[in-house]
Design a binder for this molecule. Structure first.
Ligand SMILES: [Zn+2]
Length: 347
């Protein structure tokens, strides 16, 4: 079936090039959640964290949000480059962005203002006895270089080509944009998909996660366009992604494990916090991981159930490939039956 996918990809491109009206939009202005963490700063303590490495030039600006817990909810917080960090540490006048003894919740903007490393500085040296519980969230505005815009655009186009070759559905557009939240949307009206750059950040080096996230959204869109009742259900969209990925015997399963790995990394790092802040519509990571693992452990029933959902919407070419090169768990007799019925109906 892997061969099938590759062949599909090629044939699909030929077909798609003149048939499709679907468009992929990738903006060069994107945004990501760079850091999100909680920390205790002791009395008389100064802590700093590297936020931007040296000579990195994608990040155009930073927005830092600080939230300090009671009973004395204040802290000094700054973004400084390396030179100014050293000045600040030694009590000299420094050129940094931020706020002295900021209260409760406060936020400030900063630009990258030199090629050297940039740091977040949390300073509680003025407090003699009170430690501070601080929650930090840093959002970065990114300027994507044009090669990266192009690469992202072609990866999305490639996957849309494949999925349109497999399934019969109206066209829809796909948009990669910054939404200031970690999310993705599939519009009920026309199935158009918006993937937030905040969501796929961290999945760009993990192809499996990237593909799986997109297939999850495609699940919402296709099931909506097919008029199925559970299109907005998150678990159902995860299942759609898994069912389609398991049709590809080589890479599909590997992609699913990469997706689990990506979930686990996010969970340990910052994912749940961000999701909670934004009132995310997606279920908690741990539940999703468990669902996916359960499916992989009991896949034959799962694939049989999903063949009944998916095959009626598959193209003749894709059904023929299921019959000629069946993947593990393929429902060959159903594929045959659907093709026969289409022949009788003259499709
Ligand atoms: Zn979803």
């Amino acid at each position: 079936m892997y061969v099938m996918f590759r062949t599909l990809l090629f044939i699909g491109c030929l077909f798609f090039a003149h048939e499709s009206e679907a468009e992929v939009f990738v903006s060069s202005q994107q945004g990501i959640f760079l850091k999100n963490f909680e920390i205790e700063i002791q009395p008389r303590e100064l802590r700093y964290f590297r936020i931007l490495p040296e000579n990195e030039n994608f990040v155009a600006g930073l927005e830092t949000r600080i939230n300090v817990g009671s009973p004395f909810p204040n802290i000094s917080a700054f973004i400084c480059d390396e030179h100014n960090l050293n000045l600040y540490k030694n009590g000299n006048e420094a050129n940094c962005f931020g706020m002295s003894k900021g209260n409760n919740q406060f936020s400030f903007k900063a630009n990258r203002y030199s090629p050297s490393e940039h740091y977040l500085v949390l300073d509680n040296r003025y407090a003699l006895f009170i430690k501070k519980h601080v929650n930090v969230s840093i959002y970065a505005h990114i300027n994507l270089p044009s090669e990266m815009v192009h690469t992202l655009k072609s990866s999305f186009e490639e996957m849309l080509t494949l999925i349109h070759y497999l399934f019969i559905a109206p066209d829809f557009d796909l948009n990669l944009a910054s939404c200031e939240q970690e999310n993705a949307f599939s519009a009920t009206k026309d199935g158009d998909i918006t993937i937030c750059s905040e969501l796929i950040y961290g999945s760009l080096e993990n192809k499996g996660a990237f593909v799986s996230i997109l297939f999850h959204e495609l699940g919402h869109t296709f099931m909506n366009l097919w008029g199925l009742p559970h299109y907005s259900n998150e678990k159902t969209a995860d299942e759609f992604a898994i069912a389609v990925l398991l049709m590809s015997e080589n890479d599909g399963e590997k992609y699913i494990y990469d997706w689990i790995k990506w979930f686990e990394n996010r969970q340990s790092a910052e994912g749940e916090l961000i999701a909670a802040y934004n009132g995310g519509q997606h279920p908690l990571t741990v539940q999703r991981i468990n669902n996916i693992k359960n499916i992989l452990a009991n896949r034959s029933d799962f694939l049989k159930r999903w063949s009944k959902v998916l095959y009626p919407h598959m193209t003749n070419e894709a059904l023929n490939m299921v019959i000629n090169e069946p993947y593990q768990g393929a429902n060959v007799s159903l594929a045959q039956e659907i093709l026969n019925n289409r022949k009788i109906a003259g499709n």
